[in-house]
Design a protein around this ligand. Structure first.
Ligand SMILES: *Cc1c(COP(=O)(O)O)cnc(C)c1O
Length: 342
């Protein structure tokens, strides 16, 4: 889909929005005295408002990701980007979104908060992507389709070719949530951004980059979509301390950590599979394992008693009997395995 058609999907009030203009937006030269924003003039490092466009951090991320800064949005976690997608494209009580089940819970919550209906399509055998069923679930009010790949909580990823097929035939915006892409054997779909203007890719600094506490989520899309995100977000959604720490911490190489986690993922999966109460360990492209056990609640409680917390997903349709276990340090993983064996 071309950008002109994408813009027709935008809610009319958002398309016509006159965004809030910050004092600092209006002047770009060098400044002798900042008397425009009612700040305290005495310097303590944080007395000035931060850059609402986060230009420095975007330049850094642009180099890291090989994506032009004009195609990058930085949010207060991915959750901000998910909410903005819904608010920009979906008219409350009129439009709907389509997604898979089971999947990440925030798409449904963001839709519910905005009074937008959700159509959930169950994954196929082995958690495969039901592409034809997804398309069949859409109608003329389906603005967004959310696909999480690698998917949380199932751990598997979908091929770029399947996602390309959806981009070809879906008459709305495809949002691909790649929170776990750095742990995956599959490449990112961001390579398709130059071909499809109706693609939004979500990534995050919370998982592989190890910065969950800084709350920095990313979206990549056509610059016109990113401009809409900029118009609708709170002007100063990212604070200066977070941007500075992120810039510092992005200098370190996380590849070794990611490789260690992926190596542990394989070791833990094999060790789990050999434990009596374990029925099945699902293949994972993420930093967690979905594990079906004999009695999920009992295993969960046994782990809690030993002060190891995992996520009980046994009540989620499609995940009956399953726990979702994050890959920790080798010591943490060993502790988990010992308790599950005992
Ligand atoms: C963890 C996770 C995120 C990241 O959320 P942040 O708000 O960026 O921390 C996004 N999507 C999925 C599917 C996740 O599991």
């Amino acid at each position: 889909m071309e950008i002109d058609n994408v813009m027709r999907l935008v809610r009319e009030n958002i398309r016509n929005l006159a965004p809030y203009s910050t004092a600092r937006d209006e002047y770009k030269g060098s400044i002798g005295a900042f008397l425009d924003a009612n700040e305290n003039p005495y310097n303590n490092g944080y007395n000035r408002y931060p850059d609402p466009r986060q230009r420095e951090l975007k330049e850094r991320l642009a180099r890291l990701k090989g994506i032009d800064p004009s195609k990058i949005f930085i949010g207060n976690g991915s959750d901000e980007a998910i909410d903005l997608c819904v608010r920009i494209f979906c008219n409350p009580r009129l439009d709907n979104i389509v997604t898979i089940a089971p999947t990440y819970g925030m798409y449904r919550v963001a839709a519910a908060i905005n009074d937008v209906r959700v159509r959930e399509v169950p994954l196929g055998d082995d958690y495969s992507l039901p592409t034809a069923e997804l398309l069949a679930a859409c109608d003329e009010n389906t603005k967004l389709m959310f696909i999480c790949s690698p998917n949380n909580p199932t751990g598997n990823s979908f091929s770029v070719e399947q996602l390309r097929w959806l981009l070809e035939y879906f008459d709305g915006i495809l949002v691909v949530d790649e929170a776990y892409i750095d742990f995956s054997s599959q490449p990112s779909v961001s390579s398709l951004l130059s071909e499809y203007d109706n693609l939004i890719v979500l990534q995050t600094l919370s998982k592989a980059y190890g910065l969950a506490a800084l709350r920095l989520g990313l979206a990549f899309a056509h610059e016109s979509i990113m401009q809409l995100f900029a118009n609708v977000k709170y002007p100063y959604n990212i604070n200066l301390a977070g941007m500075q720490r992120a810039a510092e911490l992005l200098e370190r190489n996380v590849r070794q950590e990611v490789e260690a986690i992926v190596a542990e993922r394989r070791r833990v999966a094999e060790a789990l599979a050999a434990i009596d109460c374990v029925q099945h360990v699902y293949p994972s492209d993420a930093n967690f394992l979905l594990v079906r056990v004999d009695d999920a609640r009992t295993v969960y409680n046994k782990l809690i008693e030993a002060e190891v917390i995992v996520r009980d997903r046994s009540g989620v349709p499609g995940c009956e009997g399953c726990l979702r276990i994050t890959i920790g340090t080798p010591e943490e993983n060993e502790r988990l395995l010992q308790i599950m064996k005992g």
